[in-house]
Design a protein around this ligand. Structure first.
Ligand code: HEC
Length: 202
């Protein structure tokens, strides 16, 4: 008799059961829609997961229109663009360069000096031979950009590099670049470290 009543209790549907019940279809569908909406939102407004979302804008004006509180210097967006076209292949997007091959620009003791005097010369004519950057030795060659880049391009990219990745430096102007371009027009070959060290930083 007692065995019989136990059995009927187990089979009774209204009793609570132990175990997993499948989630109802509406809940799965709702979750799917939510995940989809989150993905769409993060694509549209996530800034490509780049902490520095300015790359999404083409001109300083676009940035201003979208973010009235952000005031970017004129050289930032064009300088970043020159960097992305002419420098990034060797010095990398994070400015770290490549060990033993391309020296870093981020925190570089050639970049973080009082004035852009030497850096303008490096970009105009290139640099070759033994070189110490942050106490690490390199011995490679960088070509001249004199014929590819305008005074304004060079001023922009130098100002950008001197203020990106934690670098701190004054901006360069097109007039400064022009003066150095004219003064070094007969230089021809690339600079060496020894020659550059003779040039005052400012
Ligand atoms: C083809 C590779 C290459 C490209 C492209 C290139 N560089 Fe360089 N750069 C080098 C190498 C290699 C050196 C070191 C040369 C040596 O060993 O004497 C160097 C050195 C430098 C230095 C001095 C050292 C340092 O790390 O601070 C600066 C500043 C610099 N480059 C800036 C630039 C800028 C700005 C651009 C873009 C306009 C650029 N470079 C494009 C390869 C490159």
């Amino acid at each position: 008799m007692s065995e019989l009543s136990n059995k009927s209790a187990v089979e009774n549907d209204s009793e609570p059961k132990v175990g997993l019940t499948p989630a109802p279809l509406w809940a799965v569908t709702l979750l799917g829609i939510l995940v989809y909406a989150l993905i769409v939102r993060s694509i549209n407004s996530g800034g490509d997961f780049d902490p520095n979302v300015y790359g999404r804008f083409e001109t300083p004006k676009e940035v201003q229109d979208g973010h009235p509180a952000v005031v970017l210097p004129d050289w930032f967006v064009p300088g970043r663009k020159v960097y992305g076209t002419y420098c990034v292949g060797c010095h990398q997007g994070n400015g770290a360069g490549a060990p033993g091959q391309f020296p870093p620009l981020a925190k570089s003791d050639w970049v973080n000096v009082e004035g852009p005097n030497r850096m303008v010369r490096i970009v105009l004519n290139g640099l070759q031979g033994p070189l110490k950057v942050n106490a690490v030795d390199y011995n490679n060659a960088m070509l001249a950009w004199r014929d590819q880049l305008t005074d304004q391009d060079i001023a922009n990219v130098i100002s950008y590099v001197r203020n990106e990745w934690g670098n701190k430096g004054s901006a360069a102007t097109a007039a400064e670049v022009k003066a150095i371009r004219d003064a070094t027009k007969d230089k021809g070959e690339q600079w060496t470290e020894g020659q550059l060290l003779q040039i005052p930083v400012k």
